[in-house]
Design a protein around this ligand. Sequence first.
Ligand code: ADP
Length: 462
Amino acid sequence: MLLTFVIIGVIPLHIFGYILLNNYEDKAINNKFSQMQEQIFMLSNQMIPTGYLTLVDVPEIDAEINRVAEVFNGRIVIVNRNLNIVEDTYGLYDSNKYLVSKEVIQSFNGNSSRVHDKENHYLILTKPITLTTENQKVVVGAVVMNSSTRDIQGVLNSMEQRALIFTLAITIFVVIFAIYFSSKLTKPLTQVVNSIDRITDGFMGGEVSIKGYSEIEKISDSFNKMISRMQRIENTRQEFVSNVSHELKTPITSIKVLADSLLMQEDAPVELYKEFLVDISEEIERENKIINDLLSLVKLDKTADDMNISVLNINELLEQILKRLSPIAKKQNVELVYESFRPVMAEVDEVKLSLAISNLIENAIKYNVIDGWVRVSLNADHKYFFIKVSDSGIGIPEDVQDLIFERFYRVDKARSRETGGTGLGLAITKNVIQMHHGAIKVYSNDGEGTTFNVRIPLNYIA
Ligand code: ADP
């Protein structure tokens, strides 16, 4: 983040400065060449009519040439048509000397030339002196003019210095700004990371509270939601484990008490042994039932996406279940009534759904009164099928109606134990219905019977 800030903030500034300085230099050099050209033009105009180029001594023109050379901090050399040096402001050559250079020769062909010697900081402009007669132009001489560029260089250097100070100041500002901002932005993220590390190390809890940036606030909110959900799952898990151990221990404790009391009596009669062994056998059966229920529940949890879906005749399924449960109903003289409004075919997991509905009907029989009734009905619309299990039983108090679907929850522990209940049946039922993307609702008044309504989609959606 720091690097990005610096790159975005500083690099364009440097590029911009470089382009600006280069542009200035080009403009200044061009400008200087134009000024030199103007001066040469004026000097040429003075020279031609006086015969200066034919070596006539004109002190005013000499003075003018020297003045111009001084202004430009350079040198002016004038050559006539014979390549004789007419004037050299440095005084190094006189009219006995000739100046023959590529640029001078080009001048006699009518061409000017410009040279910028960057290394030694000067410009050379070579221009022809032309005499324009009525119908033609004749080159009668040439001017070679040098000019120093040290003044331009001076301005350029001071501009460079100022630009450097400016960009340095901006760079320092951007770096400070970037450090401040990146630490401000990354601090909340570091907090989240620390909390995740704490959780990874096994410590639950400790919410993150971040204010300021809405996106990071959202992260912390989602994170806190996730933590509280994980805490809830962890609490449920711990509660479930402690319930499981308690439930599994109860029959074992009874078995131990029964066995110990037999062992303590030296000459216990055979009848007593038999009686106690019947009790022990019942406790073992109960332990077995709890383990089986637990296994079904664990299996349902584990294979949440492992549904064995097939198209099934639900009427037949309900009839089979009722047939299987009718002996238990007969024992209590409970009447089983089945009502089907229409034939229903649906995509379901046969084994799981059969277990879920069996649990509901079994409960309706178990928690009923002698000579009571259980009514099972099946109906459907274009989207769902509905199973209703009503009974004339003992009912469920309103305040615990939400709790009956919890694992191991029983309204009346003694009665449930008597009837061989484990408190896992409705948890299994709800789980199965949810796996079918359905819903279950309970309606009951204490002492006035209970109704369970189940709704499941006809077509299974994976
Ligand atoms: P259990 O194995 O104890 O029957 P369930 O999970 O099937 O466990 O049911 C939980 C509790 O809900 C039962 O112990 C019982 O108190 C109550 N219950 C369930 N079905 C009925 C019903 N049809 N009538 C009255 N109470 C019921």
